[in-house]
Design a protein around this ligand. Structure first.
Ligand code: ADP
Ligand code: MG
Length: 577
C-alpha cells in the first residue's frame, strides 16, 4: 500500500485505494524535499501537523505565528529553498503576514500556507468561523498567491508556490488551503500521479556577454573603485567565486550587514571600517546583490560625497536597475553565473586599482580600528555597549562557525560595526525594514537548519517582541545563547514623563531580570553585571549548547535615541520654532 493512503472498505468488490488532501499535501512537500515546517497548530491544521510529524517532516511548533514566519523566512535565506510556515485561518494568517511581507521585501523565499474557511460562506460573507478573504489580503504582500480548491490540484498548487518563491528574485508566496480541502478524498493512484516534483526550481540566469564587457570596461577606467556586497550575494551561495573575483580585482569591498563574512571582515581589502570614506571618495561602484535603497542613502546625497559616481549593478531583477540613480552598466543574471562570467572575461592578468586609492582606504581603516580598540577593552560596571560588545567580538572570533542573530537599536548599530564575521551567512539581522521581533524566530531556524550554535544579541526592547519563544527554544533544546542588552528601555532607560505619574513611553521596569524567563522553562539563566561575567557565561553556553539567556546589565544612560537613524524621526514644527 502506498504511503499515506487508506483502504476503502465499504465498497466490497471494486475496492480502491484512496488518499486525501492531508496526505497529498504532505506527499507533495516531501516529494519536493521539504524537511521542516514552522507552525502554530489550531483549527484546521492540527491534524495536518500530527500527520506531517508521523510522515517524517520535522515540525517546529511556535507560540506565535509571526515568529514561525520569521523562522521560515530566514530558513529560506540560509538554504535557498522556500521556508514553510503553516498557520490557522484569519488571526493566525494575519499574524504570519508580517513575516510574509518581510520575506518578500528581503528577497527570502518563503511559503506561508494558511488554512481558511469555506469559499461559499466567505464569498457570501455569512460569518464563518474565522472568516476572511485571505487570498485577497495576502496578494499585495507577496510575489504570488494561490488557492487550491480540489485535491487533484494540490500537486500543481505546491509546485507553483515553490517555483514562484525561489525563481528569479526570491520572495514570499501565499498558499491558501480551505479547511474542506484537507478532507477531500480521491483515488490514491491518480493522486500520486497528480504530484509534481519541481525540476530546476531556480534556473540559472546567464548574463549577456555584452553586459559583462560593458561593466568590465567601466571598471577598468576606474581610479577609485569600490565593490558593495549585499545579502543577495550571500544568498547566492557562490562564495568561492565571489571571493576569487574580489581578490583578483584587488578592489576594496564594503559588505552590507548580512553580507559580512562572504570575505572575512578582517580581509585586507575590507573597507567596512572605512565606510564613509569609500562611499564619498569612490568613482566607480559595483553593486553585487545589494540595492540602492535607504540603507545606502539611495545612491545620492551627502553620504556619497562630491565625487561623480558610475554604478555597475549585478542583480537577478531587471527592474532593480535605475531604481534610484542611473546604472551605467547593468548586469542582469544570477550572481553565480555573473561572477563566473566576469572571472572568465577578466583573463589571467588584471591590473589592481591605483595604490594611492587602496592605501588611502587601508590607512583610514587602520585609523578607525585603532580608535575603537581601547573602548572595546573597557571593563566598566555598569557595562556600556563597547565593553559588552568587545567581549562578544572576541567570542565570535574564536567561534567563527557560530551564527550571530542581532536586533535592537543601539545594540544593532554598534554590534554590526564591532563584531567581525568570518564566514558567509553567519550574521542574520533585521534586514531591509530594520524590523524588530525577528530575533527568536531567526535564532530557532538558524539552529535547526544549520545545526550550529547561535548567539542572539538582543536589545531589551527588541527581545520583547518574540520573547515567549524562549519556551520553544527550551522545548526543542536548541543550542541558542541569548544575550539581552538590558538598559531598562527603548534606546535608553532614563526618559522621564513630566506630564503625569505614568512612566515615559520608552522606559521599562527598572532592573528587570530577563534571565528568570529562561529559568522558568528549564533553561540556563545568568545575570551578568560585568564584561568578565558576560564572557564567562557566553563561553559556558556555547560549550554546553544548553538554551541560555544572559541578562547583561547595561548602564541605563548608555544608548542614543533611535540609534544611528535618529535623523529619520520627523521633527515637531512647534519644537523647531
Ligand atoms: P542588502 O540589504 O544587503 O543591500 P538587498 O536585500 O537590499 O541587500 O538586495 C539584495 C538584492 O539581491 C536584490 O535586489 C535581489 O534581487 C538580489 N538577488 C537575490 N538573489 C540573487 C541571486 N541569486 N542572483 C542575483 N541577484 C540576487
Ligand atoms: Mg534597550
Amino acid at each position: 500500500m502506498a504511503e499515506g493512503t487508506a483502504k476503502n472498505q465499504n465498497t466490497g468488490a471494486d475496492t480502491q485505494e484512496l488518499t486525501d488532501g492531508f496526505h497529498l499535501i504532505i506527499d507533495a512537500l516531501k516529494l519536493n524535499d521539504v524537511k521542516t515546517i514552522y507552525a502554530v497548530p489550531g483549527i484546521p491544521i492540527t491534524d495536518f501537523l500530527r500527520m506531517s510529524q508521523a510522515e517524517g517532516i520535522r515540525v517546529l511548533s511556535f507560540r506565535h505565528e509571526q515568529n514561525a514566519g520569521y523562522a521560515a523566512a530566514i530558513a529560506g535565506f540560509l538554504t535557498k529553498k522556500p521556508g514553510i510556515c503553516l498557520t490557522v485561518s484569519a488571526p493566525g494568517f494575519l499574524n504570519g503576514l508580517t513575516a510574509l511581507a518581510h520575506a518578500t521585501t528581503n528577497c527570502y523565499p518563503m511559503i506561508l500556507i494558511s488554512g481558511s474557511s469555506e469559499r461559499e460562506v466567505v464569498d457570501l460573507q455569512q460569518g464563518d468561523y474565522e472568516e476572511m478573504d485571505q487570498l485577497a489580503v495576502a496578494k499585495t504582500m507577496c510575489k504570488a498567491a494561490y488557492r487550491v480548491l480540489h485535491a487533484a490540484d494540490i500537486g500543481i498548487g505546491i509546485a507553483r508556490a515553490i517555483r514562484s518563491a525561489v525563481s528569479g528574485r526570491p520572495g514570499g508566496v501565499y498558499l491558501d488551503l480551505p479547511a474542506k480541502l484537507f478532507g477531500q478524498v480521491m483515488n490514491a493512484e491518480a493522486g500520486k500521479k497528480s504530484l509534481v516534483k519541481v525540476i530546476d526550481a531556480a534556473p540559472a540566469q546567464i548574463p549577456a556577454p555584452d553586459a559583462i564587457k560593458r561593466a568590465l570596461d567601466v571598471l577598468k577606467g576606474a581610479k577609485r573603485p569600490l565593490i558593495i556586497l549585499g545579502k543577495g550575494a550571500a544568498y547566492a551561495q557562490a562564495d568561492d567565486a565571489i571571493r576569487n573575483f574580489v581578490e583578483k580585482s584587488g578592489i576594496p569591498f564594503l559588505p552590507m550587514s548580512m553580507a559580512k563574512g562572504l570575505l572575512p571582515d578582517t580581509h585586507p581589502q575590507c573597507a567596512g571600517a572605512a565606510r564613509s570614506t569609500v562611499l564619498k571618495d569612490s568613482d566607480v561602484v559595483m553593486m553585487i546583490g545589494a540595492r540602492l535603497n535607504w540603507l545606502l542613502s539611495h545612491g545620492k546625497g551627502k553620504t556619497w560625497g562630491e565625487t561623480p559616481k558610475k554604478f555597475i549593478q549585478i542583480d537577478i531583477e531587471p527592474k532593480e536597475m535605475d531604481s534610484n540613480v542611473e546604472i551605467v552598466a547593468p548586469v542582469v543574471g544570477d550572481i553565480g553565473s555573473c561572477i563566473d562570467a566576469f572571472l572568465g572575461a577578466m583573463g589571467s592578468k588584471w591590473d589592481a586599482p591605483p595604490a594611492e586609492w587602496t592605501n588611502a582606504v587601508k590607512a583610514k581603516r587602520e585609523e578607525n580600528v585603532a580608535k575603537m580598540a581601547p573602548r572595546l577593552m573597557n571593563n566598566n560596571v555598569p557595562m556600556d555597549y563597547h565593553g559588552a560588545l568587545g567581549v562578544l567580538r572576541t567570542i565570535i572570533k574564536e567561534r567563527p562557525d557560530a551564527i550571530l542573530v542581532n536586533e535592537g537599536a543601539n545594540t544593532l548599530d554598534l554590534a554590526r560595526g564591532i563584531i567581525d564575521i568570518y564566514k558567509p551567512r553567519k550574521r542574520l539581522d533585521v534586514g531591509t525594514w530594520g524590523i524588530m521581533g525577528i530575533g527568536m524566530g531567526q535564532a530557532i531556524a538558524a539552529a535547526v537548519e544549520t545545526g550550529k550554535p547561535v548567539l542572539a544579541v538582543e536589545g531589551d526592547s527588541a527581545f520583547g517582541f518574540s520573547g515567549m519563544e524562549v519556551e520553544t527554544i527550551c522545548r526543542y533544546n536548541l543550542p541558542i545563547c541569548i544575550v539581552i542588552f538590558n538598559n531598562d528601555g527603548i534606546y535608553r532607560g532614563t526618559d522621564v514623563n513630566k506630564a503625569s505619574a505614568d512612566p515615559a513611553t520608552t522606559v521599562f521596569v527598572k532592573g528587570a531580570r530577563y534571565d528568570k524567563m529562561m529559568e522558568a522553562f528549564g533553561g540556563v539563566g545568568v545575570n551578568a553585571t560585568s564584561p568578565d561575567d558576560l564572557k564567562r557565561a557566553v563561553n559556558a553556553a556555547m560549550d554546553s549548547g544548553k538554551p541560555t539567556l544572559i541578562n547583561a546589565v547595561l548602564d541605563p544612560a548608555a544608548g542614543s535615541e533611535s540609534g544611528r537613524i535618529g535623523n529619520l524621526n520627523p521633527q515637531s514644527a512647534l519644537k523647531k520654532k
